[in-house]
Ligand binder design. Structure first.
Ligand SMILES: Cc1ncc(COP(=O)(O)O)c(C=O)c1O
Length: 446
């Protein structure tokens, strides 16, 4: 087999300049099992990225693969637009059974084209169609995908600032972010003020914001830097949107399907959305996106929102199998336990080093915010983003056999999105590699 460099050079020559992950992880992957990757030179890596959280059961899970093999060998139709098949029917049953009962009871499912961005696009269209309104509310730090609708709702400016003509009428509200509180207070006060600001802006006839078709929010922001929304904040957003009859859309493309330690990331808050967007893990490793929404919004007519690849049967078989394993309470409690191991460890390391500003997350959606130790603290004591330091940590992790994702402002947040099924030994091994790298980079950064 050729070496990594051979494949990297060929990719550079033949693929788009927009390629991203191979720039951070310059390897050619030959094999993958669980949370282990092996490159073409035979080097092993622990995968804390796992398809940006898509691989909730890791690579090549035996049961998921068997479900796909069984379907392949059964003579079933593999592609069928939105035609009915037994596996599609079973997938829908499993999905609705796995969601909180009081949400699922009154919901309908729409299969979208297979990416997360397609789910968001469908959600926006559903709400615009049902309400006849044109505006959409999003939040700072949001990430909803790269289509021109979802991109317009993205907080990060990097990918959108040079694209003219994105979907119009998008208004941004400040999302609570305790470590870098937009109101300079943090904690519960930050949540309270953000909720108050949201309410005022939507109720003030002079705010400049027309009544929107929907409010879209990630219960745990992912790409924005692993920022969990508190139950209180979500409750306030729900109260206001309900009062004003504005559909509330939860984007759980990344934080859903067990990642938070519950099947959905919203259920801990005791409220429910009008629309739930799912992708990534819902297809059990294969491309799939769905929206689940309140029946009252089902106003669109036949074929109003279509797409060729809405019938990805292999993804239905894989997702059906994955959801049945993940929704088990014991499995979910174990997700919480493992997330706590990660966060407790780095919260304690934070006391020893100067480059860790904050450790946060929920379930196994964990983030470590890296700061520049030489910078001056702001009014709430937070130092400047350490984007360059985080990039060095990521690079050294790869050298030491750990694939570690980044995100957040200036890419300063190290993010753990590994398989929910990761064995403790692999989790601890990954934690050890990351700890050693952080300690060594900390010394040079001071
Ligand atoms: C919360 C959220 N929404 C939407 C998307 C877009 O998904 P996709 O990249 O599959 O279009 C992502 C992708 O990371 C995401 O994290």
């Amino acid at each position: 087999m050729n070496n990594n460099r051979f494949y990297i050079e060929r990719q550079e020559a033949r693929e788009s300049n927009a390629r991203s992950y191979p720039r951070k992880f310059p390897i050619c992957v030959a094999k993958a099992k669980g949370v282990h990757l092996t490159d073409v030179e035979g080097k092993d890596y622990i995968d804390f990225l796992c398809g940006a959280g898509t691989l909730a059961l890791g690579h090549n899970d035996n049961d998921v693969n068997k479900a796909m093999m069984d379907l392949l060998q059964s003579g079933a139709m593999l592609h069928g637009l939105d035609l009915i098949t037994p596996i599609k029917d079973e997938f829908t049953t499993t999905l609705l059974e796995s969601l909180p009962e009081d949400f699922a009871r009154n919901s309908k499912v729409h299969f979208c084209a297979p990416a997360g961005t397609d789910a968001l696009d469908a959600a926006i269209k559903l709400c615009k169609f049902a309400t006849g309104r044109r505006a959409v509310i999003s939040f700072s730090g949001a990430y909803h995908g790269m289509g021109q609708g979802p991109l317009a709702m993205m907080g990060n400016l990097h990918s959108k600032e040079y694209i003219p003509g994105l979907m119009g009428d998008v208004y941004f509200m400040p999302a609570p972010y305790s470590y870098r509180c937009p109101f300079g207070v943090g904690g519960e006060d930050g949540d309270r003020i953000a909720a108050q600001y949201f309410e005022r802006m939507l109720k003030d006839p002079e705010s400049g914001i027309v009544k929107p078709a929907c409010v879209v929010i990630e219960p745990i922001q992912g790409e924005g830097g692993v920022i969990p929304m508190s139950a209180n904040f979500l409750k306030q957003i729900r109260r206001v949107t309900k009062e004003l009859e504005i559909p509330l859309v939860f984007d759980e493309v990344q934080c859903g399907i067990g990642r938070s330690g519950d099947f959905t990331a919203f259920e801990f808050s005791g409220i429910k959305p009008d629309v739930l967007c799912l992708s990534k893990a819902v297809g059990g490793s294969q491309p799939m996106a769905v929206i689940v929404y309140d029946k009252s919004l089902d106003k669109w007519g036949p074929g109003i929102h279509a797409g060729t690849f809405r019938g990805t049967q292999l993804a239905m078989a894989a997702g059906n199998c994955l959801m049945k394993k993940v929704r088990d309470r014991k499995f979910l409690d174990d997700v919480k336990r493992k997330g706590k191991i990660f966060m407790d460890h780095f919260t304690s390391l934070k006391k020893e080093v100067e480059v860790i500003g904050d450790v946060r997350g929920r379930g196994m959606m964990c983030g470590i915010e890296i700061v520049d130790p030489k910078s001056k603290p702001d009014i709430i004591g937070s130092k400047s983003n350490g984007g360059a330091i985080a990039a060095e940590i990521q690079r050294k992790c790869v050298e030491n056999g750990l694939i570690m994702e980044k995100g957040g402002r200036d890419g300063a947040v190290l993010r753990c999105l590994t398989a929910l099924s990761i064995p403790d030994t692999d989790l601890n091994k990954g934690i050890d590699i990351l700890t050693e790298v952080i300690k060594s980079v900390d010394k040079s950064a001071r």
